[in-house]
Design a binder for this molecule. Structure first.
Ligand code: CP3
Length: 345
């Protein structure tokens, strides 16, 4: 039988132990991953289902986590919408022709996932046969994807992105609509292929204040979550630096809201509302310190969750490449040991 404590927690049902997984649990901190990367680029791994599945499985076996997340990148489905991009070592995504005009938005093609990104669905089908824990499918959220499309690469200030929002709101909303439509098809196809839950990464939306979030992002996110609700799989809504927006993220949608490490979990959960689950929120860099400090901080997160149903333990953002696999393995053990509930089930 599959380990279902992650899915039970997503639904705020009682669990025997708090489930734990890590964003970027397959990645550069693993020697096995680095060895595969000696022979294949990141995108080659994404485009070869057997390879993507193998990389996805690595941390599940090594760390004992309660969920797997498909190995891919948020940029991958954009190839199916006619966007030319590359992922450049130590830069990240680079878009060949950044989107700056209405014409470029109109030229984006509707995503047909099974035709334009069949390898993603193939990897999910392999994984849903092989995994003994639930599989999380994912996509980037429209704002975060739009920021890469407009800036052409990662940004600290999101100047051009905000410029388009303020100066050309009609073009902005049209771009957000296209991305919402594309990602809702992409996520639905992942669920149909066997993904047990879906996480939407709005990683950079914390750059907006509440008024701008409400005007330029929330209506699109609300539409996305409304469409996805019918799929019957739990939905996780995550962003970084969103302490001031958590109530808006919850309003937009998601069964579980991700909380980064700057907001104490109990305060974040109150903002989200106790009628939803939360995921988080150990500071990822703490893992580079001594074990005593790591253990104290893990216990602190669990204390703030107060044993309430609906907590999924995670980091506040992805695993850093400098992290030791052993520290992550010990965190999984500690979360399970500290949260054991004898009366559950
Ligand atoms: O250690 C690694 O994770 C290496 C593999 C890697 C991925 N994407 C896998 C990935 C690398 C080098 C990238 C390129 C990339 N894509 C970067 C640079 C990252 C870096 O550390 O050098 C960035 C910023 C992107 C864009 C991106 N991809 C974002 C904003 C997100 C959402 C998650 C987040 O971190 O905020 C992704 C998703 C992503 N990229 C995943 C993986 C395996 C899936 C999510 C997960 O595993 O948790």
């Amino acid at each position: 039988m599959k380990n279902d404590r992650f899915l039970r927690a997503c639904r705020r049902q009682p669990v025997d132990r708090t489930p734990v997984w890590f964003m970027r649990q397959a990645g550069r901190y693993q020697a096995e991953y680095r060895a595969i990367r000696q022979k294949h680029s990141l995108l080659e791994i994404c485009y070869q289902p057997e390879l993507a599945a193998r990389v996805t499985l690595l941390p599940v076996e090594q760390l004992g986590v309660d969920a797997a997340i498909l190995f891919s990148d948020i940029m991958v489905p954009l190839a199916g919408m006619g966007v030319a991009f590359d992922i450049v070592e130590s830069v990240g995504p680079v878009v060949e022709h950044p989107i700056r005009s209405a014409g470029q938005v109109q030229a984006l093609t509707p995503l047909e996932p099974e035709e334009s990104v069949p390898y993603v669905m193939a990897a999910i089908r392999i994984l849903s046969r092989e995994l003994k824990v639930p599989l999380i499918g994912f996509s980037g959220a429209p704002f975060t994807l739009a920021s890469y499309l407009i800036e052409g690469r990662g940004s600290r200030t999101f100047t051009r992105t905000k410029q388009m929002m303020y100066a050309e709101p009609a073009v902005w909303h049209q771009l957000m609509e296209r991305l919402t439509d594309g990602m809702s098809r992409y996520l639905a196809a992942q669920a149909a292929a066997g993904a047990d839950a879906l996480q939407i990464f709005d990683s950079w939306v914390g750059a907006l204040d509440e008024a701008d979030y409400r005007e330029f992002v929330l209506p699109h996110m609300h539409r996305l979550f409304t469409r996805l609700q019918g799929l019957g799989v739990p939905l996780i809504h995550f962003g970084v630096g969103t302490g001031h927006l958590l109530h808006c993220l919850a309003e937009a949608g998601g069964d579980v809201i991700g909380i980064d490490w700057k907001t104490p979990l109990d305060q974040g959960w109150r903002r989200v509302g106790h009628g939803r689950g939360v995921q988080g929120n150990l500071e990822p860099t703490v893992l580079l310190g001594p074990w005593d400090r790591v253990a104290a901080r893990v216990r602190e997160v669990l204390r703030r969750a107060e044993g309430r149903n609906g907590h999924i333990f995670n980091l506040g953002h992805g695993v850093l490449p400098e992290t030791s696999p052993d520290a992550l393995r010990r965190v999984v053990e500690l979360v399970h040991a500290e949260s054991e509930r004898k009366e559950a089930r």
